[in-house]
Write a protein that binds this ligand. Structure first.
Ligand code: ATP
Ligand code: MG
Length: 459
């Protein structure tokens, strides 16, 4: 049985001030849930029967900075030592016509009414040192049994706010909990509502699922969340009848996701989407299925999916590039590695290698050995190249554009051409990255060019 929750000093001070002025105060939601599970708490959300204006006045009068974060929803943020603590007035929610925010909220007098509007029993527990846990929906028991269960009638709760369907899957993925049967059935029954949810809210939950310990839940719970990401259905039932594969595209992708140890969004989005274009690129020759050009097709679908879900340009470009390059030939040789580094940059090249590793781990094991070895070898060379600070981009060269112009090359595209030439020679170990060596070589080449031009003019 839980002994009590150790509250941070800032929360204790906030409780003290509210209590001293005759108000109730509890921590709620994720703070209570994660404290019980002994996971780190990100936000210490507080709820109270004080009205938002009174919270503002009270804390301002004590010299705190107060931000009116969402007055109409009853939330104000009190800053303590540069950290914000959200204080929300007990409330019940009205209808959700825009599937985004409740149309109206009604402030209420009791913590029990406030807990009843919350999504899952594990999120509907309040705590303070005086009263201990306030747990009207047996959330503690559900946490102990690792169960996600709706507060109230599931169909009503998911119809009210369909995003809760994505939240259920997200919490399952983050916590390793399972979804209680009636809750799950209601999710499937009501999931049409997800198509009305804003792209930003879907994106946020999808990202949390993908960077969790169970990114594969995005596929395992697809029956619940399909209207949020209908594009993924392209992978369903797409066979891959050739010697490299033992799974269809759906299961191959699922295994690739489970192989990923790096909790990094771009890599995991790329794993999820790397083969999404396969069903549209399939050809069959003597019973063997081929997927020529599937990386390009997958990249096109990825581009439009990530645009629809309003991912940032930076994330979209990175993931599209990874998907488009996921099956390019990677040769484990230093000069090649330097070229890839120059083209992709270190972070993106490492993501590509992680993607490649996960992709191969979900291939036919008989043919995977050689390709896995190539991936490891490439990573080893990459680490060596970086450790030895070898040159792989123009900015690492021992010369710059000014040096080239001093050899008599006019400012303009020719300077870039010679820098590229120098980089190519250095990457391929035909020249050392040494200023004198490079300039001597270019000078000799320029001399030869001029001689050739003169000969042409004479003839
Ligand atoms: P996290 O660790 O991800 O922040 P959390 O449980 O704190 O998890 P939040 O989205 O911060 O999740 O929400 C705080 C609390 O507000 C939840 O625990 C839950 O009680 C309630 N809540 C949030 N969103 C909803 C919703 N869509 N429907 C009902 N209750 C919600
Ligand atoms: Mg939270």
């Amino acid at each position: 049985m839980l002994e009590g929750i150790k509250l941070p000093e800032a929360v204790e001070s906030i409780f003290y001030i509210l209590n001293k002025n005759g108000y109730e105060a509890y921590i709620v939601g994720g703070a209570v849930r994660n404290s019980i599970i002994e996971l780190p708490v990100h936000d210490w959300d507080i709820c109270t029967n004080a009205l938002p204006e009174d919270v503002c006045k009270l804390f301002r009068s004590k010299g705190f900075r107060v931000v009116e974060t969402g007055l109409q929803h009853g939330t104000v943020t009190v800053m303590v030592n540069y950290r914000g603590y959200e204080i929300t007035t007990y409330r019940t929610d009205g209808k959700y016509t825009d599937s985004r925010h409740p149309d109206s909220v009604k402030f209420v007098g009791s913590i029990y009414e406030d807990l009843a509007r919350r999504d899952f029993t594990m999120n509907a527990i309040a705590y303070n040192d005086d009263d201990g846990l306030i747990d009207p929906f047996n959330g503690l028991k559900d946490i102990e049994n690792k169960i996600i269960r709706c507060v109230g009638t599931p169909v009503d709760r998911f119809t009210e706010d369909p995003l809760r369907i994505m939240r259920a899957v997200r919490f399952a993925a983050q916590l390793g909990f399972h979804i209680e049967n009636y809750t799950n059935i209601a999710m499937v029954q009501t999931n049409d509502g997800l198509s009305k949810i804003s792209a930003e809210r879907i994106q946020s939950e999808l990202c949390k699922i993908l960077i969790s310990d169970h990114p594969e839940y995005v596929l395992d719970y697809y029956i619940d969340i399909s209207p949020a990401i209908p594009e993924l259905s392209k992978m369903m039932g797409c066979s891959q009848n050739n010697m490299y594969h033992i799974y269809d595209v759906w299961n191959h992708t699922r295994f690739a996701l489970t192989a990923c140890r790096i909790h990094e969004l771009e890599t995991r989005l790329a794993i999820l989407l790397h083969d999404i274009g396969k069903s549209e690129s399939k050809t069959v020759d003597k019973g063997i299925e081929h997927f020529y050009g599937h990386a390009v097709k997958s990249a096109e679908i990825t581009e439009s999916l990530l645009r629809r879900l309003r991912f940032s340009n930076e994330i979209r470009k990175s993931v599209v590039e990874l998907v488009a390059s996921h099956d390019m030939t990677i040769v484990p040789k230093p000069n090649k590695v330097k070229k890839y580094l120059n083209k992709l940059g270190e972070a993106q090249f490492r993501r590509l290698l992680d993607l490649r590793f996960c992709d191969i781990m979900a291939h036919n094991p008989y043919y995977a050995k050689e390709r896995l070895w190539e991936t490891f070898k490439t990573e080893e060379i990459l680490n060596e190249v970086l450790a030895e600070e070898k040159c792989f981009s123009i900015k690492d060269l021992a010369i710059n554009g000014k040096d080239i112009m001093e050899l008599g090359v006019k400012e303009g595209p020719d300077v870039g051409k010679w820098l590229k030439y120098a980089l190519d020679e250095v990457i391929n170990d035909r020249l050392d990255n040494d200023k004198e060596d490079i300039l001597n070589d270019i000078d000799a080449k320029l001399y030869a060019e001029r001689e050739e031009d003169n000969d042409e003019e004479m003839s």
